[in-house]
Design a protein around this ligand. Structure first.
Ligand code: ADP
Ligand code: MG
Length: 292
């Protein structure tokens, strides 16, 4: 494309809330055939709400939530915010936390009021050698509703779970349809579990789901698809998405997300919803058509 046509496209993009880094990003985006999207904060609002607290017998629900929420005050993850707000709304008493540690893509741990507490997904439990079997039935039912389940471990034993629900953004469904129409294959990549991810993907008509992913997994997925000849754009919002945004042919950051995600991206969507990708695609196609 000519420098002039690129300038016009990037100018129009900026006006529509689509920030394009350079000519290469625009040109590459017109050739993309596969779009990988993160779930939390990209397809969904990223503002999950606490919906369920389930304690194993012998543990008080209040104490479970107090320990979990106290620990989560140290985390910036949207799931952590949901648990803290939910606990505040329920009038829970918070306790002091020391030795806080976050495990990316897995969860958090530390001492809450002097008690060893860990909170996270199945991978987190695996690392701790804790078996979630006692809560399997509950967990399956919650995931079947598209909810995200986090297990709570107290003093090395399974103490219960908390579940949160995150609404799909009102613009997501129409954007996915438009992106399909423009010939893109759409893959959801998420750190969330398979069952929950499948429920969300099915409701949106997404082509393929990769769940239970660690941040490195998203980069590995890009390598795998590229080896099969795909040209890949990756859209995400989080710190955990930055390596994959950098590895993709075109990284697309949600402007509402982490700064490091935007630094790794060729395209940044100011409004942070998928409608911006539809716009970027139209701009890229129109610009490249003009020069062929
Ligand atoms: P996503 O790809 O959906 O944005 P992440 O990679 O951020 O997901 O997180 C993956 C999973 O790790 C979450 O679904 C959750 O189960 C667990 N997790 C991550 N951070 C936390 C946290 N602060 N508290 C509890 N669980 C967490
Ligand atoms: Mg995310």
């Amino acid at each position: 494309a000519t420098p002039m046509s690129i300038m016009i496209a990037t100018g129009r993009g900026a006006h529509e809330g689509v920030l394009i880094k350079d000519a290469e990003a625009l040109e590459r985006f017109s050739k993309v055939d596969t779009l990988i999207v993160d779930k939390t904060g990209t397809l969904t609002e990223g503002k999950p709400k606490l919906t369920d607290i389930v304690a194993v017998s012998g543990v008080a629900e209040d104490r479970l939530l107090s320990l979990a929420a106290s620990l989560e005050r140290g985390s910036e993850h949207p799931l952590a915010e949901a648990i803290v707000s939910g606990a505040e709304e329920r009038g829970v008493t918070f306790v002091e936390v020391t030795g806080f540690d976050a495990k990316t893509g897995k969860g958090v741990q530390g001492l809450a009021g002097g008690t060893a507490v860990a909170l996270g997904n199945a991978a987190m439990l695996g690392d701790l050698g804790v078996d979630p079997a006692a809560l399997t039935e509950k967990t399956e039912a919650l995931r079947g509703d598209g909810k995200t389940v986090m297990f709570v471990v107290v003093d090395g034993a399974l103490a219960g779970l908390v579940a949160v629900a995150d609404r799909i953004k009102p613009t997501t469904s129409a954007a996915i349809k438009a992106l399909h129409d423009s010939g893109l294959k759409i893959i959801m990549a998420t750190g969330d579990n398979k069952r929950t991810a499948d429920v969300v993907a099915k409701s949106l008509g997404i082509d393929e789901v990769r769940a239970d992913m660690l941040p490195e997994g998203k980069s590995a997925l890009i390598d795998e698809l590229r080896a099969k000849g795909a040209v890949i754009a990756m859209a995400g919002d989080g710190v955990n998405d930055a390596p994959a945004l950098a590895a993709a042919d075109v990284g697309i950051a949600m402007g509402t997300g982490a700064d490091v995600a935007m630094e790794s991206a060729g395209i940044t969507l100011v409004k942070g919803d998928l409608t911006g990708i539809v716009r970027a695609r139209r701009l890229a196609e129109a610009t490249m058509r003009n020069i062929r």
